[in-house]
Design a binder for this molecule. Structure first.
Ligand SMILES: [Zn+2]
Length: 317
């Protein structure tokens, strides 16, 4: 079924994947799950990481009834921008610690990720405004890995920290659904290409990412019927396509960086190599960007490149 500008797909009889079709900017929205009320399980709907614009949140509540609890997956902008509206609509907001603080204070968003290279806080404020971010009043923190229970609805959170320190996926044991959130499976339809795993902050780790992908794959193949994520279509067990896609993206990114490294003096320091490679727009079309967006993309690309250069040096030595 579809509400205006929303694509709502049934994962199971009473769990829906909600996707906003047209979005105001790149880091404004993420798909998530709506667990409908079910007798003996939950008397009100529960929303998992459905970061869509306020008018669409209101349409979902009108259609499916009030939401008792909302669970966020991490502190990146495309997962925090509109959560305040779920709170306004009556939901208790839960988020993984410590990035939970990003939802209530944009300054924390500035402090918790390493934004060195960005001019100052005003760049972050502009980025927040572009994505229509508003702060929540109250957020209940949980630890990645905690099991959450709302009435009789069980939501196991799984730490996938390669992407971000607090980043979690969800496993719904009764419904046999694995939601990998921002792990990097971002194909909107089979065969359609996306960006893949994203590790553009200092705290991200490619090695941890590879472990997270293995972990997600074993949970999917051993005990799930369905796989969903923040920016992709629904996948049924035993399709291992999402895991191959993510691993291939990391391998290809490594090849892009290794190829570019061949043009440089091998005796340069890692910082000098990153500085030189940043001029090539290896991952983002930065030369077409201006102002704060250019700053942000340059920062993300510099960390992406640095993670690969470091990996390349450890693989050689
Ligand atoms: Zn993210």
């Amino acid at each position: 079924m579809n509400l205006d500008n929303l694509q709502i797909s049934k994962v199971t009889e009473d769990v829906l994947l909600v996707h906003q079709i047209k979005i105001p900017s790149n880091f404004s929205c993420s798909d998530g799950l709506l667990i409908l009320p079910k007798e003996g399980r939950n008397s009100k709907a529960i929303a998992l990481d459905i970061n869509i614009e306020p008018e669409h949140i209101n349409a979902v509540v009108r259609e499916f009834g009030p939401v008792s609890d909302y669970v966020n997956t991490h502190g990146h902008m495309d997962h925090i921008a509109h959560v305040h509206n779920w709170e306004q609509a009556g939901a208790t907001i839960h988020a993984p610690s410590p990035e939970s603080m990003c939802l209530t204070d944009i300054k924390h968003f500035f402090q918790s990720f390493d934004w060195r290279g960005v001019k100052d806080f005003s760049s972050i404020e502009q980025f927040a405004m572009l994505n229509k971010f508003k702060e929540c009043e109250n957020v209940v923190p949980f630890m990645p890995g905690d099991k959450l229970m709302f009435e009789n609805c069980i939501i196991e959170t799984i730490s996938f920290s390669g992407h971000s320190q607090s980043h979690v996926g969800f496993f719904l044991p009764l419904e046999k659904i694995l939601h990998v959130s921002c792990l990097g499976f971002d194909q909107p339809a089979p065969g359609v290409d996306g960006f893949g795993p994203w590790y553009g902050f200092k705290q991200c780790s490619i090695e941890q990412y590879i472990k997270d992908i293995d972990h997600a794959e074993s949970i999917f193949l051993e005990k799930s019927n369905f796989l969903t994520s923040s920016h992709a279509h629904i996948v049924k067990n035993p399709d291992t396509g999402p895991f191959k896609y993510m691993r291939n993206k990391i391998i290809k990114n490594q090849q892009i960086v290794d190829q570019a490294l061949k043009t440089l003096d091998p005796h340069l320091s890692i910082e000098e190599k990153v500085y030189e490679l940043l001029k090539n727009d290896l991952f983002f079309p930065k030369s077409k960007m201006k102002g704060f967006l250019h700053e942000l993309y340059a920062l993300w690309e510099s960390h992406t490149i640095k993670h690969h250069v470091e990996r390349s040096e450890t693989l050689i030595n």
